[in-house]
Design a protein around this ligand. Structure first.
Ligand code: BV8
Length: 228
């Protein structure tokens, strides 16, 4: 089994999805305009403000029944590979292991020049975090639009999608590539594709089964059915 999750699985934990109108302060910004290397080069302060706001929010929330159901599901099938587009780390906090963080993790910093992970260092005069080794700005360890997926994650997810018997897509609009291509790859390899989403998406017409509802309800129900 290969599972791909998106922002929808964290929605019931209180993490706004990308397609929701961003609440409050960020209502006027589009993620596509902030989550890019160009935005960071142009205005690192504003990009860091957005990520700090999201980090604080992620630190305050808890995994929900959907995250926990995937932990239990992993014990019920011969092999389950969990690929997430989310950067909130909630799958790991729920107990999932071997999580493929396709778009990185918002709670980690990395040096914008060396690419290496960095502990939080001294803040520069502008209040922005700098690399203790080279003095360049730190950035969140996430994949921005226009940036490549980390090689290891790309390869492992490709193999899991091509090899699986069942591909489960949970809480994603299936708009962002190459993540959205994983379900198509599974279909081409003859896998059954199941989608769990509160709405229909670009994947719905291609899926063998589309379960309509919040993942915090549907995933536990799916598990219940497996227990019989
Ligand atoms: C790449 C990390 C090439 C950062 C993210 C034109 C110009 C430029 C680029 C492109 C272009 N056209 C295509 C591209 C490629 C681009 C792309 O796909 N753009 C889209 C907008 C068309 N992709 C990229 O740029 C990727 N890189 O292509 O690089 C390359 C190759 C080699 C060398 C160099 C370069 C990188 C994309 C990664 C971007 N980073 N996140 C951060 O988080 O800050 S993307 C981010 O948005 C998320 O990670 C996620 O992937 C995406 C949001 O999507 P979803 O997760 O689906 O969430 P969304 O809000 O959209 O939907 C929520 C869903 O949940 C909905 O369907 C809703 O109905 C449902 N839902 C809600 N509540 C529930 C629920 N479901 C169940 N239960 C509920 N309770």
């Amino acid at each position: 089994m290969c599972v791909l999750t998106g922002a929808g699985i964290s929605a019931e934990s209180g993490v706004p999805t990308f397609r929701d109108a961003q609440t409050g302060l960020w209502a006027r910004y589009r993620p596509e305009d902030l989550a890019t290397p160009e935005a960071f080069a142009r205005d690192p302060q504003r990009v860091w403000e957005w990520y700090e706001w999201r980090r604080e929010l992620v630190r305050r929330v808890e995994p929900n029944a959907g995250h926990r159901a995937l932990v239990e599901l992993a014990g019920k099938v011969p092999r389950l590979t969990l690929v997430t587009q989310n950067v909130d780390g909630l799958h790991q906090r729920a107990g999932s292991t071997g999580v493929i963080e396709y778009h990185g993790n918002i709670l980690r910093d990395r040096c914008s020049a060396e690419g290496t992970l960095a502990g939080r260092s001294s803040l520069s005069i502008t209040g922005l975090p700098e690399c203790a080794r080279c003095g360049e700005l730190l950035r969140p360890d996430v994949v921005w639009f226009g940036e490549a997926i980390p090689r290891q994650a790309l390869l492992e997810a490709d193999v899991a999608a091509a090899d699986c018997d069942v591909f489960l897509s949970v809480g994603t609009a299936s708009v962002v590539y190459p993540a959205a291509g994983l379900a198509e790859s599974a279909l081409r390899s003859g896998a059954r594709v199941i989608e769990i989403n509160t709405e229909s998406t670009a994947l719905t017409p291609l899926a063998d089964i589309a379960l309509r509802g919040p993942s915090g309800d549907v995933l536990p129900q799916l598990l219940q059915a497996l227990r019989r």
